[in-house]
Design a protein around this ligand. Structure first.
Ligand SMILES: Cc1cc2nc3c(=O)[nH]c(=O)nc-3n(C[C@H](O)[C@H](O)[C@H](O)COP(=O)(O)O)c2cc1C
Length: 382
């Protein structure tokens, strides 16, 4: 069987992606305390870059204020460039396009990861999950600096040899917090109406595009990741998120990336609506390619999504478990695909120790872990 998803496709900036499989960003929490890259991270990416067309490297913080996790990768200072280059180099050497995800944590950051344990956010509103601390509202100057920091981090990604960057506007981090009527109670230019809640994400995007124009080549890829819904009231609902996607798609970006629990799901906050969320996005994105993530594991699933118009299928936990997924499918060896993970294979699979711990506490089912449980983009998971 010759799958369409194994064929190459072209991004709006002309870059050819060799197939439609994407490794989505997955935080390994394995950097040094300084945010510098470790060998364990390099090994993880080397093993998983021989198949997918694009490899999106886990969220890197753009400033100390924006750090989210202990062990998170930093892109906040020029001395990080050499380490970042090690990751970009191994991904390129294996034949994939390396993309660096850039992020700012905000009110769901781990307290141990931020200075004095003080979380920051658009407003002084804690995340709705039990026990989440009350953040401090960012000042106007800090917001403006944050936007500039995304541009500076992009310069570092360019210097490190990445093929592009992805803006982390999903999974409840700061950019989503600005868009959220729950997290954002501001009454200045950054909050209130839909336009104003969009303003921060768009400012970050425009800064990154301007940085590409000044310091990068036109082939430098810019992507935007978003989550379409929040479980709170008030909270983000998909019609507004889709409107924002439409505005984003009018900018010169190269792909849009949806973070979902299940790639083909319909809205969980509008249960009567049975249309898959990705279809709602396809209808506004025009020529901008759509990447979706969420519980994708089998070739049949990927093919169905691609036949439905998806440009890229992001396979997260399954590529942790099966680094040779693409190679096996290309070789017609689908029976050899591994769908469960035994802790006995942690070393073999180059799974860094902090991720092992996370996998063990998360799945709690003894020796064999499967990827059946969805990754919930609405749950802070530290
Ligand atoms: C260990 C782990 C770390 C993750 N880290 C990130 C991250 O850094 N940035 C991000 O946007 N999403 C992150 N995610 C979400 C994934 O990118 C993906 O959307 C999610 O795992 C669903 O895909 P899957 O069901 O194929 O695993 C992470 C998920 C996991 C399991």
């Amino acid at each position: 069987m010759r799958y369409k998803f194994l064929e190459s496709f072209q991004l709006p900036n002309g870059v050819i992606v060799k197939n439609r499989i994407v490794l989505p960003p997955m935080t390994l929490r394995s950097s040094y305390a300084t945010g510098d890259v470790t060998d364990a991270e390099v090994d993880f990416y080397r093993l998983r870059s021989g198949g997918p067309g694009m490899v999106i490297v886990e969220m890197a913080y753009v400033s100390k204020l924006g750090k989210s996790y202990v062990g998170q990768i930093g892109a906040d200072s020029d001395d990080k460039i050499d380490g970042l280059k090690k990751i970009a180099d191994v991904i390129k050497a294996q034949g994939a396009l390396p993309i660096l995800q850039l992020s700012f944590g905000g009110r769901i950051a781990q307290q141990e990861a931020v200075l004095d344990g003080q979380l920051v956010a658009p407003s002084q509103v804690p995340d709705h999950h039990a026990g989440m601390p009350i953040p401090r509202a960012l000042t106007s100057d800090e917001i403006a600096q944050g936007v500039l920091d995304f541009g500076l981090a992009t310069q570092r990604a360019i210097a490190a040899g990445f093929a592009g960057v992805e803006i982390h506007g999903a999974n409840m981090y700061l950019i989503q917090q600005f868009f959220s009527p729950h997290a954002n109670q501001r009454q200045d230019q950054w909050g209130g109406s839909l336009e104003r809640r969009m303003a921060y994400g768009l400012a970050v995007l425009d800064e990154i595009i301007a940085t590409r124009d000044q310091y990068g080549s036109p082939s430098f890829i810019v992507g935007y990741r978003q989550s379409p819904e929040e479980p709170t009231t008030p909270g983000i609902r998909f019609p507004e998120a889709v409107q924002m996607a439409e505005v984003i798609a009018q900018r010169p970006i190269d792909y849009f990336h949806l973070s979902l629990k299940s790639a083909s799901q319909s809205p969980f906050m509008a249960k009567e609506d049975k249309e898959p969320l990705f279809e709602k996005y396809l209808s506004v994105l025009g020529a901008v390619p759509l990447v979706v993530a969420g519980l994708i594991r089998t070739p049949a699933q990927v093919e169905a999504l691609v036949q439905a118009g998806i440009a890229g299928a992001a396979i997260g936990r399954e590529l942790i478990i099966e680094p040779n997924w693409v190679q096996k499918v290309m070789a017609g060896d689908e029976l050899g695909l591994r769908y469960a993970l035994s802790p006995l294979d942690f070393d073999l699979l180059k799974i860094p120790k902090p991720l092992r711990q996370w996998l063990l506490t998360r799945f709690k089912n003894g020796l064999v872990m499967t990827t059946d449980a969805g990754f919930d983009p609405q749950m802070p998971w530290h």
